[in-house]
Design a protein around this ligand. Sequence first.
Ligand SMILES: Cc1cc2nc3c(=O)[nH]c(=O)nc-3n(C[C@H](O)[C@H](O)[C@H](O)COP(=O)(O)O)c2cc1C
Length: 194
Amino acid sequence: MNLADVLIIGCSPRDGGNSDIAVHETARSAVSIGLSVEKLFLRDFRIIPCKGCRICAQSPDFRCVLSDLDQGRLILEKIDLARVVCFCSPIFFYHLPAQFKALIDRSQSYYERWIATGNQKADRKALCILVAGRKKGDALFRGSLLTLKYFLDPFNRKISELCLRGKDGRNDLKKDTAARLQVSDFILRELENS
Ligand SMILES: Cc1cc2nc3c(=O)[nH]c(=O)nc-3n(C[C@H](O)[C@H](O)[C@H](O)COP(=O)(O)O)c2cc1C
């Protein structure tokens, strides 16, 4: 598999919205310091939800029974191998959108591998940029961040997050120069320390 320095994953079903702008801003920042990037958008992939069968826990290579039926495994392998991974996602009902959550549930096979192999050193980064329409709310990002932390533990990744509020219309982030600067500052700071 050909690997870029930074894998950037857009997690919104809305094409050209705020999460997509965050993806492009992230890519621009990474390229500006000489890194290579791969961008992908979950809406372009087929991801079947986890069946909860737990066969992955018993299979010798922790393989999911759905692996050959969709592209979930392909994306999880990329997340597993990337040096740095960055997720850009909207908040839907105080959580992550359904397709992103479907991918997360499909990572149960990686959780089983992690538990069985005991390799639990979080020595790599996952950058998470979350975008919400609401301006207020202490708990707006809480559930998503908790899920992201436990999703990424089995990939030995520690999360760093940037949470943006009050971005609802499709072009809100595009029009907000200060917020886009916040994104590039966050990315440059995190990439310098990775
Ligand atoms: C189904 C749905 C649920 C949403 N739930 C929330 C929410 O719980 N809290 C919030 O602040 N914004 C919520 N929003 C607004 C989105 O977070 C906001 O529009 C965001 O900018 C969308 O990102 P995108 O442009 O990348 O798709 C929701 C939007 C949709 C479509």
